[in-house]
Design a protein around this ligand. Structure first.
Ligand SMILES: *Cc1c(COP(=O)(O)O)cnc(C)c1O
Length: 418
């Protein structure tokens, strides 16, 4: 009886705290700008597929009626040819700290990673034949690992793996031990997809540069969630998703960043007409365009570039520092709730405890989490599951509330074996 009263009291205190945090949240009004935010569904997967902005429905409708329907093929000349660069520059300005002319939207993340890693590998090896290694960590996202292995096999290079703890990520000593005179390119995730570990991108970039390597940063889990300063931190290359924290919709095209100082020296392997110096010359031989156009290959997916513009406009209004502040408050609150409600049930934190080393999602582990995730999806509570035993909670700062976070974690507790 006493224990039950204490538990009820603790829940009441957490509920009061969630309400207080929501009321004090300077970004609270943004939640209403997303489809579905008014329902009781709990969405913990905005880091995998962000919710659609409400404004996007109108934007799509207008695009189909007026631009596609009205302008037809004239649309390419009037606007669409330039859109990959215009939106790329907006991403650069509002989300990743890149001056204009260095960011473009194009293919999927996987394809852009392939194009840039291969271009960087070839450029590095032709400058110094000893540089045959691509360095990345064993816990990097599967597509990053698979395509790097493919490039190494295709180009006669080698992969050098950094072993990492799955609950954290790559740190300075681990990278320093892996790079050297053999390193061509380093491929790292800024925020680790499993643990949410936030890498110290400026320091790690410096370490790679000191060894003569180029670095490609995978920003899939940081763009729109964690401030990035691509220019100030000395990035060479970066690629990131737009359907995660940028809410671009399923399969929306990724962005690529290439520092201005490298653009002329990099030749990407998928030489298509859209990357040619004069697209409509249709000449006998490929000659790459100057600037970011050379990193495109074929006709860009314009429809897929519409939704992200609404989120980019919101990020421009709030600024990334306010988004990061909310994001840290959300993950801190989630950890506090988990300490009270989940840890007593045997759940362990599989993410960094220190907020300065953590991105916008956290992972909790327990052997029952696969079954728990399946049960929660049935109840409209939507986290995702990552082996081994990891329940991943993505807290999208613009669309997630503290009350929603508490409701979801209570449901996790109720679904765990007692
Ligand atoms: C989501 C994600 C990808 C996805 O690549 P796609 O080509 O869009 O499927 C790649 N890398 C990381 C780190 C990711 O988180």
């Amino acid at each position: 009886m006493r224990a039950a009263t204490d538990a009820a009291g603790r829940l009441e205190a957490l509920a009061a705290e969630a309400s207080r945090l929501d009321e004090a949240d300077p970004l609270r009004a943004y939640r209403d700008r997303f489809v579905g935010a008014g329902s009781s569904l709990v969405y913990f997967d905005g880091n995998s597929l962000g919710r659609p902005p409400k404004a996007t429905a109108d934007r799509l409708d207008r695009f189909i009626r007026d631009e596609w329907g009205g302008r037809l093929i004239r649309g390419w000349d009037e606007a669409w040819m330039d859109l990959p660069f215009a939106i790329g520059d907006t991403i650069g300005r509002v989300a990743i700290g890149a001056a204009g002319g260095q960011t473009v939207i194009g293919d999927s993340t996987t394809v852009l990673l392939y194009k840039l890693v291969r271009a960087a590998f070839d450029a590095q090896r032709s400058a110094d034949p000893a540089r045959v290694e691509i360095v990345l960590d064993r816990d990097n996202f599967p597509t990053d690992r698979y395509l790097v292995e493919g490039i190494a096999a295709e180009r006669g290079g080698r992969v050098r793996w950094i072993e990492v703890d799955q609950r954290s990520g790559v740190d300075a000593p681990a990278l320093a031990a892996a790079v050297g005179p053999d390193t061509a390119v380093v491929v790292l995730s800024h925020v680790a997809y499993r643990s949410g570990h936030l890498a110290d991108a400026a320091s790690l970039t410096r370490i790679a540069h000191d060894a003569g390597a180029l670095v490609l940063w995978d920003l899939c889990h940081s763009a729109g969630s964690v401030p990035v300063e691509a220019d100030a931190w000395g990035f060479d290359l970066a690629v990131g998703c737009t359907y995660k924290y940028l809410n671009g919709g399923p399969g929306s095209p990724a962005f690529a960043y290439v520092a201005a100082r490298h653009q002329a020296a990099l030749a990407q392997p998928i030489q298509g007409w859209m990357g040619a110096a004069d697209v409509f010359a249709m000449g006998p031989r490929y000659s790459p365009a100057a600037g970011m156009r050379r990193f495109l290959s074929g006709t860009p997916p314009i429809l897929g570039m519409l939704a992200m513009q609404d989120t980019l406009a919101m990020i421009e209004e709030t600024g990334m520092p306010a988004i990061r502040e909310k994001s840290v408050a959300l993950t801190e609150f989630a950890l506090r709730v988990a300490d009270e409600l989940l840890v007593p049930l045997g759940v362990e934190l599989a993410s960094p405890r220190d907020a300065s080393e953590r991105g916008g999602h956290v992972t909790f582990s327990h052997p029952a989490m696969r079954a728990v995730t399946a049960a929660l999806w049935e109840q409209d509570v939507i986290p995702d599951y990552r082996d081994p035993g990891g329940l991943r909670i993505g807290l999208s700062p613009l669309s997630t509330s503290f009350t929603e976070t508490l409701a979801g974690l209570r449901a996790v507790g109720a679904a765990l074996p007692h």
